[in-house]
Structure formats: C-alpha cells, structure tokens
Write a protein that binds this ligand. Sequence first.
Ligand SMILES: Cc1cc2nc3c(=O)[nH]c(=O)nc-3n(C[C@H](O)[C@H](O)[C@H](O)COP(=O)(O)O)c2cc1C
Length: 357
Amino acid sequence: MPSPASPQTLLALLDIELPIVQAPMAGVSSPAMAAAVGNAGALGSIGVGATNVASARKMIAEIRERSNRPFNVNVFCHQPARSAPVVEAAWIDRLRPEFNRLGAAPPTALTEIYKSFLEDDDMLAALLADKPKVVSFHFGAPSSDRVQALRNAGIVLLGSATSVDEARTLVAAGVHAVVAQGYEAGGHRGVFDPDADDDRLGTMALTRLLVRELDVPVIAAGGIMDGAGVSAALRLGASAGQLGTAFIACPESQADAGYRAALVSAAANHTVMTRAISGRPARCLANRFTAFGAAIPAHEIPAYPIAYDAGKALNAASKSAGEPGFGAQWAGQGAPLARSLPAADLVASLAAEMKAV
Ligand SMILES: Cc1cc2nc3c(=O)[nH]c(=O)nc-3n(C[C@H](O)[C@H](O)[C@H](O)COP(=O)(O)O)c2cc1C
C-alpha cells in the first residue's frame, strides 16, 4: 500500500496521470479550461462558488461535452454574511467619490450576492445528481451530513487549509485530501475566519507541517508556476501541486483584456493582500483598488461577499469609463512567470519541466 504521502495514492484517488491540479478560479477558470487540463492528464477544476445552480449545472455539462476525464467542482463554504447596515452605508459613502470620478453613482444598498454552500441545499442536490468525480471546499468545511452525502455518492472531496488547525478540521469533517494554501497564493485566502489572527504561513512551511501532521494526501498551492515548482512541492512530501495564476493567461481563461495586460506587464511584480475588493483577504495585482484599500481597517469593510457587491459595481463603472484598475485581478506571487499558452500545452510543458528536473 503506498503511504498517504506517495503521489500514487492521490493519482489513483483522482484517477489522473499527472500530479498537477489546475486550481478552481471562480470567474476565471472555465469548462473549456477544465476539459483541456483533464484531457492532458491533470485535474481540471471549475469554481461555482460565485454562481447559481443553473449556471453550475451548465458548466458541468459543458465540461462533459468536451472530456470524459475527471474534474473538480469547487464551492465556497464561508460563514454566511451578517449584514451591518451602518458599516455598509459608510462603505458606500467612502466609495462615492471613486464612482463619481468615473461618472457613475454607487449602489444605494449592498446585498449578499451569493449563497454559501453551507446553506445551499439546491447546490448540494445538484452535485449529488451530477456527481462530478471531485468536489472541493474553500473557506471552511461543510457539516458532516453534507460531507457524508457527497462521500456516499462516491465523490472525492478536497478542502483548502491555510493552517494545521483548519486542515485537521477538514480531515475530521471527512475530506480525502487537503490543499495546503500558502500566503503566496493568488486569489482569496481560504482562511475559515477572516477576522481571526493569521499566521500567514508560506507554501513551503505549511506543506511540510501538513505532510507531517495529516494521514491524508496534501496538495501544495501558492506560487507554483512551472515544473520546477511542482517538483519542489513533491520533494516536500506533497502529492501534487495546485496552480492557479499559471493558468490565468491561457486562452481558455475568462480573464478580461485589462487583467491579461496587467499580468504580462511590470505590474505582475507587485501583488498585495487586500480585503477592500470583496470583504475577505485575497491576493491581487497591485492596482487602483488595492491602493484605495491599503489603509482601511478591516472592521470598516463590509462582510464577504457583501463588500464584493460594491467592488463589482466599481469595476463595472471603471470598465465603462475606459479607466481600468478596479478589477479583482487576483494573482499569486509567481505572477511574472505566467505564460499565455493553451491550457493543454501548459500542462504538457509542466510535465516536461518536471522530467527535466
Ligand atoms: C484568479 C483566481 C481565482 C481563484 N478562485 C478560487 C476559487 O474560486 N476557489 C478556490 O478554492 N480557490 C480559488 N483560488 C485560489 C486557488 O485555489 C489557489 O489556492 C491559488 O491559485 C494558488 O496560488 P497561485 O495562484 O500562486 O498558483 C483562486 C486563485 C486565483 C488566482
């Protein structure tokens, strides 16, 4: 029997050939990307955390039209937002000058723009009906009855952890493998409680800690951009590497022109952890929005995803004014290493680079 730390255990569990996971990226990854990655022998993923059941089912069907390989469907397990009308009204007032500068008006009220999987029975029913090979959790662990229902349907479960405690919670809840998300990672930090102290562990330390502490396979994520990075993660005892930023510039990605241009410019050298865009810490290319949010204390920003309602409106206003810079341009610290290759070619390059190492 291979040990949990042997990549073979994870590859067999996921039914893939390469120890590479294309990260779920809500709003950026796509069914075409997940299918291309799956057909190339790695695990492709879609993020449905920011969408509804109808669109999630459509995305799953689109992958199946293009591939019969396994794929991962990712959901958000954040604690449902508690509305704080005073904070939200003050936030709208604070953003008003930015909207006005762009010739737009801010929203009059903010809403919780999408539901947490913790309370989304329709999404659970859809996943149980559609049975993707893999489902993954970000921002927390669902209740044990939800986990059990997914396990009973034969679905392999992954969860993101940024600390040993979060990883232990995920394993106790019943996930089959844990994604060790280091501070270098692009996009939302998977912290379960965004208001708790954060040790900000890097991918290398977190991977080693989880490999030592857990008896399930560990997938390293954060700053991995090429085959050398995946090989380094395997040397640390991870069973695979999960790469997000590496796939943003692929033609299959949904990133818009401004985001792609920023990623291949000098701007890629500067990423910032910001809470101002969505209400939760996320690593973003330094832009006008991250600069605006830099000095704002966390308690003055509405809860996730209520703040994101305003963030998306500001981005839309800035795009229509032809003045980009307010986008959620999530990216990890390895951003300057991103390549504009088709997803299948990127996976083939990663595999070749791993062999060369
Ligand atoms: C654009 C973008 C969107 C992301 N969206 C999600 C998501 O929807 N769900 C999720 O679990 N992780 C998401 N992540 C985080 C990734 O799962 C992963 O932790 C991260 O990409 C790894 O770091 P890297 O970007 O340096 O490769 C996102 C990351 C990026 C860059």
